[in-house]
Ligand binder design. Structure first.
Ligand code: FAD
Length: 376
C-alpha cells in the first residue's frame, strides 16, 4: 500500500511494527490470524504496551503525543497481520480518548497508565436486550444512593466483558426509555469485580464466546465513577462512536485471509492458478486501498480535531460489505485450500454476519449517511 500521504514518523514506525510482528510470524497460524481484533491475548498487549504503542496519541504523561497518522499505521499493520489486539483495542481506540476528553484527573490517573501498559482492558456497555439500533431505548437504570449510584439492568453483546476489568456503561439516570429517549442518560465507569455484576458469555456461530450478557443487580458505583456530565451520556456516546467506526478494523477484519491466500498461491506451482485468480486478489486489494484512503481522511480529521463521523459511517458500511465478500472470494481461488487456510476461511464465513451489525447495523449507518446528504 502506498505510504506517500503519511508523515516520516509514520513511515519509520511502519518498519518498526513490521519488525516487531515478524517475531510472531511462525507462531500465528492463518486460523489464529483470522480472529483478528476479537482475539484477546494479555501477554501480546503487554508487549505492545512496552513499546509505547497503546495510547500513543495521548498527551504526556499518559502517552507519547504521537499523531493520528502514526496510530493509523500501527493499527493497519497489526490488523493486516491478524495480531491478537483484543485486550487493548477498545481502551486504546475509544475508552482512553473518552477519559481524556471528559474524565476527572483522578479517573485519568486511575485507568490510563494501566491501559497504556496493556494491563487494564475496557468494554463497551451500550446495547441491551431491547436497545440495539434504537440505543435511546436503554432501560438499565442508575439511581442515587448516598454519594454514589445503584445500577440495575442488563447489557448485551458486550465484547470481551469476561476478560475486562472495566466497563463504560450507559445508564438511564432520569426519565423513562419511552419519554426521555436520548435525554437522562449517563455514563459510568464500572469495575466488573463489583458485587452484583454477573457476566455470562454467549457463544457465536463459531462456538467462540467473545461477547456476553452482563447483568447488574443493585451494583454500587461510587459517585466519582460517573464519567463526564450527568445526563450528557448520549452526546458522549456519539463522540465515542465516531472513533469506533472510522478505523481500519472496519475494513481489515478479513484481510489476513488475503495475506494467507497470497502466501499459499506463491507456494504453489505457477500453473496451479489462473490469471483470474490474481484478478480476484487484486480486486480485493484495490477495494481495500480505496477504503484505506477514506479511513486515512478520518484520521486526518481526528488529527485536526474535526468530527470524523460521516467518513466513519461510510468507511464502516462499505468496509463491512468488503469484509463479508472476502472469505468466499478467497475460497474461490482454491479447489482444495491448505488445511490451515480452509479453517481460517470457514471461521471467517461464520463470523462475517456480525461484521455489518457490530458497531452499528448497516441500515442505521445508511440512515445517517442519508441524513448527511439531506435526503432524509
Ligand atoms: C460481534 C458483535 C460485537 C458487539 N459488541 C458490542 C459491545 O461490545 N458493546 C455493545 O454495547 N454492543 C455490542 N454489540 C451490539 C451491536 O451494537 C448491536 O448488535 C447493533 O447495534 C444492532 O442492534 P441489535 O443487535 O439489537 O439489532 P436490531 O437493532 O434489532 O437490528 C436487527 C436488524 O434490523 C435492522 N434495523 C433495525 N432498526 C432499523 C430501522 N430503523 N430501519 C431499518 N432497519 C433497521 C438492523 O439494521 C438489523 O439488520 C455487538 C454486536 C456484535 C454482532
Amino acid at each position: 500500500m502506498s505510504t506517500t500521504a503519511l508523515p516520516a514518523s509514520a513511515i519509520e514506525l511502519r518498519a518498526q511494527v513490521r519488525e516487531f510482528l515478524a517475531g510472531y510470524a511462525q507462531t500465528w497460524t492463518a486460523f489464529d490470524r483470522a480472529h483478528s481484533w476479537t482475539a484477546f491475548d494479555r501477554d501480546f498487549s503487554r508487549a505492545v504496551g512496552r513499546r509505547g504503542w497503546i495510547g500513543m496519541t495521548w498527551p504526556a504523561p499518559y502517552g507519547a503525543g504521537r499523531t493520528a497518522f502514526d496510530r493509523f499505521v500501527l493499527q493497519e499493520e497489526m490488523l493486516a497481520a491478524g495480531a491478537p489486539v483484543g485486550a487493548h483495542w477498545v481502551a486504546d481506540r475509544q475508552s482512553g480518548p473518552l477519559l481524556l476528553k471528559v474524565g476527572t484527573e483522578e479517573q485519568k490517573q486511575r485507568y490510563l497508565p494501566g491501559i497504556a501498559s496493556g494491563d487494564i482492558s475496557f468494554c463497551i456497555g451500550m446495547s441491551e436486550p431491547n436497545a440495539g439500533s434504537d440505543l435511546a431505548a436503554i432501560e438499565a437504570r442508575a439511581e442515587r444512593d448516598g454519594d454514589g449510584w445503584r445500577l440495575n439492568g442488563t447489557k448485551l453483546w458486550t465484547t470481551n466483558a469476561q476478560h475486562c476489568q472495566v466497563m463504560i456503561g450507559l445508564f438511564r439516570t432520569t426519565g423513562s426509555a419511552r419519554e426521555a429517549r436520548q435525554g437522562g442518560l449517563t455514563q459510568f465507569l464500572i469495575e466488573l469485580d463489583s458485587p452484583g455484576v454477573e457476566v455470562r458469555p454467549i457463544p457465536d456461530l463459531n462456538g467462540d464466546a467473545h461477547f456476553n450478557e452482563v447483568a447488574f443487580t443493585d451494583v454500587y458505583v461510587p459517585g466519582e465513577r460517573l464519567l463526564g456530565t450527568e445526563g450528557q451520556g448520549w452526546a458522549q456516546v456519539t463522540s465515542e462512536l465516531a472513533l469506533e467506526r472510522s478505523g481500519s478494523e472496519r475494513f481489515l477484519s478479513a484481510f489476513p485471509l488475503v495475506g494467507a491466500a497470497t502466501r499459499a498461491l506463491n507456494a504453489s506451482p505457477a500453473d496451479a492458478f489462473e490469471r483470474g485468480d490474481l484478478a480476484t486478489l487484486g480486486t480485493l486489494v484495490a477495494e481495500t486501498a480505496v477504503l484505506r484512503s477514506l479511513s486515512l481522511m478520518a484520521a486526518g480529521k481526528l488529527e485536526r480535531g474535526e468530527d470524523p463521523s460521516y467518513h466513519a459511517v461510510i468507511t464502516k458500511d462499505l468496509g463491512a460489505e468488503l469484509e463479508q465478500r472476502t472469505a468466499p472470494a478467497v475460497r474461490s481461488l482454491f479447489i482444495d485450500p491448505p488445511a490451515d487456510l480452509r479453517r481460517a476461511i470457514d471461521y471467517t464465513v461464520r463470523a462475517a454476519p456480525t461484521f455489518s451489525l457490530r458497531g452499528g447495523a448497516r441500515e442505521i449507518l445508511r440512515g445517517i449517511t442519508a441524513r448527511a446528504l439531506g435526503v432524509r
